[in-house]
Each structure stands twice: as C-alpha cells, then as structure tokens.
Design a protein around this ligand. Structure first.
Ligand SMILES: *Cc1c(COP(=O)(O)O)cnc(C)c1O
Length: 454
C-alpha cells in the first residue's frame, strides 16, 4: 500500500519558532530611517507594531516560544499534511520523488494565518483594539480578518481598488470574519484623499494602500499596523511549516535534495526552507533551496541588492534587499500574486551569500504546470504556488535526463479556489508571457536613489 500522506498529530505541532538569524554566517545590515538614513531603533517602530513583535524583529535567539494561545489557534488547522505526489511523478515520468507540504487547509486557504494569528495575539496582549493592513488580491486581508476575529480585535483592510472591484469574493470572506474593507485610495486618509484629488478614478496600488493603512495606525494609539510578509518576525512565524515537514520527511524515510517554494516577499519560502537550511548551516548537509519567482517581477534573479523603501511613497524604513526599485509597477497581464518589488532582508542576505538560489518562470509555463498538477493530485494550486510547481517540473525532467533519482520537496502554500478567474483567463487564451527588457530593468534600478547596502 502506498502512503500518500504523512500525518502528524496535534502534539507534534512545534512549540517554538526557529529564528535563522542565530545561524546566519552574515547577519543582515540594519534597516535605516527613511528621513535621516540612520539605523532605526525599536522606538521608531513602536507606533506601528506591538513591542513583542519589534523584539522578535531584531532577535538573534535561535528559538522563540510560541504562546499557548497561539498554539491553541494553530490546532484549528495544524499540523498540515505532507503528501507524496505519486501521480504527478508518474505523469512527468520522472525517477525523482516529489513531496509537497500543503498549507491550503488553513481557514483562509494559505500559509498566511500562521503569522496572522501570532500578530493578532501580541497586539491583543498589549491592549491594541484595531489592526489596519493593506491587501492586494486579498489573501493577507482574509488571513488577518480571521485572526482578528479569533482574538476579538477590529480589522480595517485597505484593498487595492482594482482588486476590490475585480475580486469581490475575497472581500465577502473578510466581511464574514467581521473586517471592514475599504477600496484604496479611500477618502479616509490624507494619502488617499491626495491621490483621489488628482485622479478620482485611480485603480490604486499596494504602495498607496500601505500608506493608507500606516497613516490610520499612526493617528490612533489603540490602532496598529500589520504586514503579511517580508519582515523577519513574519518569516519566523512561518517556520512551523518547515519544522513539521522535517518530522514528516523523517516519517517518509527520505531527506530532500532540493526544497522549492514560490517567492513573493519570502514568508512561505522561509517557512518551509529555514528549518532544512539550518541543517546545511549547522550539520554540514548539502540541500539545495530554490525560490521561484515570476519572470515579470524578477527581483531575485535580475534585481539589485540595495537599500530600498518597502512602499511606493517612501514612508517605510529603508531595507537592504534585492529589489526592482520602489517605483516598479507589475505588468497588468500578470494574473498571479508575487508582484512585490522587494524581498525580505534575511532571504536577500542568504541569496547574496549563495546559500539559496532563485529561478524565474514565465506565466504560461506556470499555469500549465499548475493545471497538470491539479489533474494529477486533485488540488487546484494558488497561482503563486504554480511558480514552485514549474521549478519542480524542471528539476523532475532534469532527473529523468540524468537518469538520477532525487528527492524534491515543495511548498503548496495555498489553494486556488478564489483565483478561478485567472484560470479562466488562462483557459480562454487571454494570458501571455511577459519578461522585462534589460532596458526597463536598468531604468528602474538607476532610479533607486537610496544608500548602497555595503
Ligand atoms: C501571499 C502569498 C504568497 C506570497 O507571499 P510570500 O510571503 O512570499 O509567501 C504566495 N503564495 C500564496 C498562496 C500567498 O497567499
């Protein structure tokens, strides 16, 4: 009998998060104040985040205890299953063994509640009453809405206007969990009103929505702000995924040769890979790690390592990271997520130090891989996740050519049930490939007038 799923019990849910800062050979450079360009201290972040999360952001402790209340919440959907993709292996006619960790069984359908629950908890503990955030397609907004509902906090989501109009069902999900969702730019903030005055029909952008959410948080003492990726504490919260996967690979009697995850800001990639990367850093293992990004937003494969802003307007601290420049606007033809111009500082440092790799894929190749995967394994992947599947296909076919067996582990970080319009566009032939020209990239990069990260 084949074992398709490797299942842990509730007592196997990790009780600590793993902080890779403790084991990195080179620590990331400090974030800089957007005005003074000097390293920022905890007090600079205090209006935005609860102190416990600020401490985690700068911590170099190897393990941080997960509070009981957060573990309780995790038990609503964790541990998540690890699958062996026998049918996909057969379809690809590969000698490679393919495993995937499935995070789509969470309440909002992705890995994001792993950090949303933790962030809502620390806010609640420090007397915060309301959390603001931005959301693009709605994955992060839904995860935070659920987490705020769970801990009895108000949630205010600024949703990029074009998504608000085009993706109404994510909004309904957020409303179901009690969140207030506003199309951004809105008339609720100075940032929003300024944009609307210039252009009443502005489609909005993630950068504008971030500015609105931050402004609301700074204005009110009982309101704080929350981010769903990029930051160190967010990446750390996701390591419950990889810690479970280490145990499950042991159950399967295999160790991965390659671990693959899609890459937006780095949180699901970090979540799955860091507990395995620890083995390279501390036990001399030789596992490869590949971050899969879209060719239309190639910050890891074609961006520069530089200090840059997290938003468009330049309100956030400057972070040392791989970036396409904060003025980057993704091609409208791109249907999936993963459109952020920058990357988390930890993952950026690891890439710079060649401890991880990155690969870019074209859009059609990703949807093709995603549809193949759905046919073989039954699960419709989130468009973001199809980027990792495309990398797995590459590696599985290479294994066949080389006649070598190898073990590949992938993060299936979410399902695509709210992304059916993207699949529809793919089936109707309305999507196309898009690759940035050398010229476009050079222009964007030349326009980054921020300090060098050296
Ligand atoms: C948000 C999201 C991503 C991208 O964010 P990361 O922080 O890089 O993980 C990828 N996949 C899914 C399903 C998401 O919701």
């Amino acid at each position: 009998m084949k074992t398709h799923k490797f299942l842990l019990s509730e007592k196997d849910i990790p009780t600590q998060w793993y902080n890779i800062m403790a084991d990195m050979p080179n620590k990331p450079l400090p974030p800089l104040h957007p005005g003074t360009k000097e390293p920022i201290g905890p007090e600079d972040l205090a209006p935005l985040f609860p102190m416990e999360l600020i401490k985690q952001e700068v911590s170099e402790e190897r393990y941080i205890d997960i509070p009981e209340e957060v573990q309780d919440a995790y038990r609503l959907w964790r541990p998540s299953p690890l699958h062996r993709a026998y049918n996909f292996e057969k379809m690809l006619d590969t000698p490679a063994k393919i495993y995937f960790k499935y995070e789509g069984g969470s309440p909002s359908g992705s890995h994001k509640p792993n950090t949303a629950i933790a962030q809502a908890y620390y806010n609640k503990m420090e007397g915060v009453e309301r959390i603001t955030t931005e959301t693009g397609a709605g994955q992060w907004g839904s995860a935070l809405s659920f987490a705020c509902q769970y801990f009895g906090l108000e949630c205010e989501v600024y949703m990029v206007k074009i998504s608000y109009d085009q993706k109404p069902y994510r909004k309904v999900l957020m409303n179901t969990w009690g969140a207030k969702v506003y199309a951004s730019p809105s008339d609720r903030t100075e940032a929003g009103r300024a944009i609307l005055a210039k252009n009443p029909d502005s489609p909005g952008s993630l950068g504008i929505a971030i500015s609105e959410a931050i402004e609301r948080a700074v204005m009110d003492e009982k309101t704080k702000y929350s981010l769903g990726s990029v930051l160190n504490h967010v990446l750390m919260h996701q390591t419950v995924v990889g810690q479970e996967a280490v145990k499950q690979m042991e159950m399967a009697g295999d160790m991965p040769d390659i671990v693959v995850a899609p890459f937006g800001g780095g949180s699901n990639f970090a979540g799955l890979t860091f507990p395995f990367l620890k083995m390279n850093l501390t036990e001399g293992r030789n596992i490869r790690f590949i971050a899969s990004e879209p060719a239309s937003c190639p910050k890891l494969t074609r961006g520069v390592f530089k200090y840059d802003f997290g938003d468009t307007i330049g309100m956030t601290p400057l972070l040392p990271m791989y970036t396409l420049g904060h003025n980057f606007v993704p091609a409208p033809i791109h249907a999936g997520g993963l459109r952020y111009h920058g990357a988390g500082v930890i993952v950026s440092q690891l890439l710079k130090d060649k401890l991880i790799e990155a690969r870019a894929h074209q859009q059609l190749e990703c949807f093709d891989a995603g549809v193949k995967f759905a046919k073989a394994e039954g699960i419709l992947p989130a468009p973001e996740a199809t980027h990792a599947i495309a990398t797995v296909v590459d590696e599985a076919l290479k294994a066949r050519e080389e006649g070598k067996s190898k073990v590949i582990l992938m993060n299936l970080c979410g399902h695509g049930h709210f992304d059916l319009s993207a699949y529809q566009a793919y089936f109707e032939g309305q999507l196309s490939d898009h690759e940035m020209s050398e010229n476009e990239i050079n222009q964007l990069i030349a326009a980054i007038d921020t300090p060098e990260a050296v």
